[in-house]
Design a protein around this ligand. Structure first.
Ligand code: NAD
Length: 480
């Protein structure tokens, strides 16, 4: 079966692209073309925004009751649940995530998001009556924010689309999604499911395109709110445009999260936890715990345990269920990670596992060797900049205060973890680290609770009632 596509999903139908430009989807494992899809132009984007605008200004969706919209989104969820295996495999094929990760985070987690948002929407205060200070009733409504532009990255494509699409739908917004050019295939399957679920025409529109067309969408006068996940550099540009235009904007950006390993941690359990927390999605995760903070007293022990754990991880074909670390998404990303590995050595850090070159047994594909650096100073660039690959830095600390100081000494504030035998002291550390999410002896995301970043990791939150509220405008109606 071919994965090729020739049209965009606009106004509830398959629309012919305005130009003959195409994107070739290349397998990061085989380096062979697996599919060709159209590449969106500004004309395609204009058509998508016009459809979303019409559907918002005069279509049924924003005028339906929350309960009616919940029914349609529930249909979508039920149908999506039947496609999890297909979706996971598609994403692994296009961007190289190990299937073991895709079967957890690339498809089931987006579906769990839909279910979580449905639960939140059922008890959300869409319209409430308050007794005002004058003793009269005030009706407080949460109305849809309007036409949403959703711009996700390639690393967790469905995960980052769903956190925008579902709250937008439930609130009565209409939406234009601009997927990343590396991951154009999964949105087609999603569009088919949305169609079957009965989402009205024009409510969801999808045009895959590159940055310039993405920038066109952000600046488009027909768009009321931008929801972006991606790099901090792009987030700054998008925020500037939205600031100028006073558009609503939420930004989920980069990270350089620290895992603090306290002396009383169970080291074996910590290493098992860090395999996921630090190296999920082959290290291509915004929340990856890439700085491992260990006390000077236990430093050598932690470095040895990490070296042993990382060197035992299975690297290879993402579609092999046993694989734990797959290739980088693109050659460009492979080169970027290799540059950082060389830079770390120049900065004086010591490679204890990995280093540049292909992993054993592999001759093609955009692989890098999972790498652990010891003797890292937090001021080094490898400790400050987001590498977005399987490269970990072990940094020594003097005491807990010093560990917290180092964890906070970062432009980012997305996530963090502490590993300890004493949950209370873990919670104490969690309260002191300035990040949007934090894990004690685990890293996980709970869709009932807000997710997002402090500092340069973003503005706004996704998930939970807070993530739904971002897609609404508040209106107060006074009465005599
Ligand atoms: P990227 O910023 O290069 O691109 C992200 C998306 O934005 C793509 O669709 C791209 O085409 C588009 N884009 C880029 N510049 C744009 C502009 N000026 N205007 C409009 N659209 C633009 O990021 P990437 O390389 O695809 O993804 C990796 C980054 O995403 C990492 O920094 C990672 O930390 C971050 N990320 C953050 C989260 C989070 O929830 N905080 C989740 C996943 C990824």
């Amino acid at each position: 079966m071919t994965l090729d596509r020739t049209a965009f999903f606009i106004d509830g139908d398959w629309a012919a692209p305005a130009s003959g430009d195409t994107i070739q989807v290349v397998s990061p494992h085989t380096e062979q073309v697996v599919a060709t899809v159209p590449e969106g132009t500004t004309a395609d984007m204009d058509a998508a925004v016009a459809a979303a605008r019409r559907a918002f200004d005069s279509g049924p969706w924003p005028r339906m009751s929350p309960e009616e919209r919940i029914d349609v989104v529930q249909n979508f969820s039920n149908l999506y649940a039947g496609k999890l295996g297909e979706m996971a495999e598609l994403i692994s094929t296009e961007m190289g995530a190990p299937l073991s990760f895709s079967n957890l985070a690339q498809a089931p987690a987006p579906w769990m998001q839909i279910e979580a948002f449905l639960g939140i929407a059922r008890s959300f205060p869409w319209e409430e009556t308050r007794t005002g200070v004058l003793g009269t009733d005030v009706v407080v409504r949460r109305e849809p924010v309007g036409v949403v532009a959703a711009i996700p990255p390639w690393n967790v494509p469905q995960f980052t689309i769903m956190s925008k699409l579902v709250p937008a739908l439930l609130s009565g917004c209409t939406i234009v999604v601009k997927p990343a050019p590396e991951t154009p295939l999964d949105p087609y399957l999603m569009a088919e499911i949305l169609s079957e679920a009965g989402v009205p025409d024009g409510v969801v529109n999808i045009v895959t395109a590159g940055r310039e067309v993405g920038a066109h969408l952000v600046a488009h006068p027909g768009v009321d709110k931008v929801a972006f996940t991606g790099s901090t550099a792009a987030g700054r540009k998008i925020a500037a445009v939205c600031g100028e235009q006073l558009k609503r904007v939420s930004l989920e950006l980069g990270g350089k999260s620290a895992a603090i390993v306290l002396d009383d941690a169970d080291l074996a359990a910590t290493m098992e936890g860090l395999k996921f927390a630090s190296l999920m999605n082959s290290g291509q995760a915004c929340v990856a715990q890439t700085r491992i903070l260990a006390s000077r007293a236990k430093y050598a022990e932690v470095v040895d345990a990490l070296a042993e754990t990382v060197s035992a991880m299975a690297v290879g074909d993402p579609l092999d269920p046993a694989t734990e670390i797959g290739p980088m998404v693109a050659q460009r990303q492979q080169e970027r990670v290799e540059k950082y590995i060389a830079l770390g050595q120049e900065e004086g850090a010591r490679v204890v596992v990995g280093g540049n070159g292909m992993p054993d047994g592999l001759t093609s594909g955009w692989y890098v060797r999972p790498t652990v650096f010891a003797d890292v100073d937090n001021r080094m660039r490898i400790a400050q900049e987001e590498i977005f690959g399987p490269v970990l830095s072990v940094i020594p600390f003097d005491d807990v205060d010093d560990a917290v100081r180092i964890a906070n000494d970062s432009e980012y504030g997305l996530a963090g973890t502490v590993w300890t035998g004493d949950v209370e002291s873990g919670l104490d550390v969690a309260r002191r680290v300035r990040t949007g999410t934090y894990g004690v002896n685990t890293y996980t995301m709970d869709f009932a609770a807000p997710f997002g970043g402090f500092k340069s990791s973003g503005i706004g939150r996704e998930f939970g009632p807070e993530g739904l509220a971002h897609y609404t405008e508040l209106k107060s109606i006074y009465q005599p």
